[in-house]
Design a protein around this ligand. Structure first.
Ligand code: M6R
Length: 597
């Protein structure tokens, strides 16, 4: 969380533009405040509480040409979202400016020490120790690069940090457990938390590793280790189309990304599924050998995908379990020889998931990252990686990446179990067109109009529909701010039924092959308490009689129809949030990439 950008260019007059463009591309990482520092003979620092648009209004129209600059968009951890807590932070004289993503765990001790030495703090943040540490090293006679290195070496915790000095065209940066990528352009060089920040300018990147430092200036990029020795790095080309990062005429990224799902699935399946032979062959997994059970670690939406994937594996005879990454305890869960631990993570940077994967790695398990982001920490640190190929997802609420994760997990289950079938391959291949059909014919907007004022929303489903019910509730919570809960359908009667009234619509996922009569029994239980029922189903003939509204989906067998049902739930949540005028792409208190534990 938090996004950082840095730029140093050979052209003049473009530093501020590049920083502002970069911040817009990073806003999904946090939007509590934004700020920039542009280096000239002095440092010009502008920062504001709120979104990047608030910063844009705060920056004077006057020409802010500079030699180099850094910018930041914040998801608050230490201190509320105020102008004072916004980054960049500076030393007492405003000669050093710093932006940071992560958490400096020893900041209180460092702050006490620096205050005792006479340095003045003006924010509640952990970050503010960094410019004072740099200044302290400069005061002791260190040159700028050494002062930066010495300051960073005092930090404990996670950080991606970037610094500019007055009168200098160099940006200094370092990372530990927070992402940082360098961009090599024609007219300048970039650094950022993530590629969308500068994809408009260059697709040539170098991923910085933990413990590495970077010196970035108009003539080049130099990467060093923590002793200052130069490290050889590989330049990679990212194949993201800058167009993918725009809204393409949709009101919100989320709606655009919902509509991109057929394309995302086609990309995910490409060259991996051969329908005629019914074979599934994932090139990245050619060397994967699994002899023991499979454990999934994940958070949020990705955890729901993991629940779905574990069920697919179990059905194919492979023991599999899903764990919330933040609760994963390798000591408590046996990891027999040959176990595979799969981190399901869109961003590949989620701190809880990374921590679980590292623990599994230390315990001797083979690790696999199932991720969307090429070069992410998960992709680089795991033994194997399978990309879900969904393309950039900017909306904080995960939509196309969830569906792509489900599809990728279906392929993984086939590879690991060695059990594929022509029917399975055909059903996967049919999904993009079926999703398009749901998008074209959905009446979710009318359902949203009927239930925008409900007290709470419940979602129920069994089997493969159970994780979809959890995901439906999560989408509703995060973008409408309304109370929503998802349950395995059979659980309702064990407690939650007490909450059901005529103001709590129940979205019942009832699809062929998931023990329809039992789920319909659960539907009748809520109907008897006067709750409105919205059935999401491929068998309307059997279900309509019990429902106030029906959201129909095509049939794709017991494993895949729930994927289609999920699309309807995404649309309902979107249209309710839209009617309530919520901040759909940037819901309050949230951020897309959660790099703190
Ligand atoms: O990047 P990850 O998949 O590891 O992120 C995990 C969760 O933070 C994420 O899925 C979150 O729950 C979604 N944004 C919810 O829509």
């Amino acid at each position: 969380m938090c996004g950082i950008i840095g730029y140093t260019g050979s052209g003049t007059g473009d530093v501020l533009d590049v920083l502002m463009t970069g911040l817009s591309g990073l806003e999904y990482r946090g939007y509590d405040s934004a700020g920039v520092a542009v280096a000239n003979s002095s440092l010009e620092v502008y920062k504001r509480e709120g979104e990047v648009s608030a910063l844009e209004n705060a920056v004077p129209d006057s020409d802010l040409d500079g030699l180099a600059g850094i910018g930041h968009t914040r998801w608050s951890t230490h201190g509320p979202p105020t102008d004072a807590n916004a980054h960049p932070h500076t030393d007492d004289d405003g000669r050093v400016a710093v932006v940071h993503n992560g958490i400096i765990e020893n900041y209180q001790a460092l702050r006490r020490e620096l205050e005792a030495d006479g340095y003045t703090f003006t924010s509640d943040t952990d970050t503010e120790v960094v410019p004072h540490l740099i200044r302290s090293a400069l005061d002791s006679g260190a040159d700028r690069e050494t002062a930066f290195r010495q300051a960073v070496q005092r930090l404990e915790g996670s950080y991606a940090v970037a610094t500019v000095f007055n009168g200098s065209e160099t940006v200094y940066a370092a990372r530990n457990e927070s992402p940082l990528v360098l961009g090599i352009g024609e007219d300048g060089h970039y650094l950022a938390s993530d590629v969308p920040a500068f994809i408009e300018f260059t697709d040539r990147v170098v991923y910085l590793e933990d413990g590495q430092f970077a010196r970035v200036n108009p003539s080049g990029i130099v990467v060093t280790d923590d002793q200052g020795a130069i490290v050889e790095t590989a330049v990679e080309t990212v194949d993201w189309d800058p167009e993918d990062a725009g809204k393409s005429g949709y009101d919100h990224y989320m709606l655009k990304e919902i509509h991109e799902q057929p394309t995302a699935i086609r990309k995910c399946l490409r060259e991996r599924v051969t329908e005629l032979e019914g074979s599934i062959d994932v090139a990245e997994l050619a060397d994967l050998e699994v002899e023991g059970p499979v454990q999934f670690v994940a958070c949020g939406t990705s955890y729901h995908a993991a629940l779905y994937g574990a069920r697919l594996l179990r059905e194919r005879g492979v023991p599999a379990q899903s764990f919330l990454a933040s609760e994963y305890d390798v000591d408590a869960v046996p990891l027999p020889e040959g176990s595979l631990v799969v981190g399901v993570t869109q961003s590949g940077e989620t701190a809880d998931t990374m921590s679980a994967l590292r623990a599994a790695n230390r315990a001797g398990a083979t690790t696999l990252a199932l991720t969307n982001v090429v070069g992410s920490s998960a992709a680089r640190e795991c033994d194997h990686v399978m990309y879900i190929r969904a393309g950039p997802e900017i909306g904080v609420a995960a939509t196309k990446t969830f569906v792509s994760q489900q599809v990728a997990l279906a392929m993984l289950s086939s590879v690991v179990s060695g059990r594929g079938s022509q029917e399975f391959a055909q059903q996967l291949r049919a999904l993009p067109d079926q999703i398009q059909q749901v998008l074209d014919e959905s009446t979710a907007r009318e359902v949203a109009a009927a239930y925008e004022d409900a007290d709470a929303y419940f979602f129920i489903g069994r089997g493969y529909n159970a994780p979809v019910a959890l995901e439906g509730a999560l989408k509703m919570k995060e973008i409408t701010y309304n109370h929503a809960e998802g349950f395995a359908a059979g659980e309702l009667k064990h407690g939650p039924l007490a909450l059901v009234t005529d103001s709590t619509p129940v979205f019942a996922l009832v699809t062929e092959g998931d023990d329809v009569s039992k789920t319909l029994g659960n539907v009748k239980e809520v109907e008897a308490r006067d709750a409105p029922i919205v059935a999401v189903t491929d068998i309307p003939d059997q279900v309509s009689a019990y429902a106030d509204h029906v959201l129909e989906v095509p049939s794709s067998g017991p494993r895949f129809t729930p994927i289609l049902a999920n699309i309807q739930l995404q649309l309902v949540a979107y249209w309710i949030a839209n009617r309530l005028d919520r901040s759909i792409d940037k819901p309050r208190n949230l951020a897309k990439s959660v790099t703190v534990k």
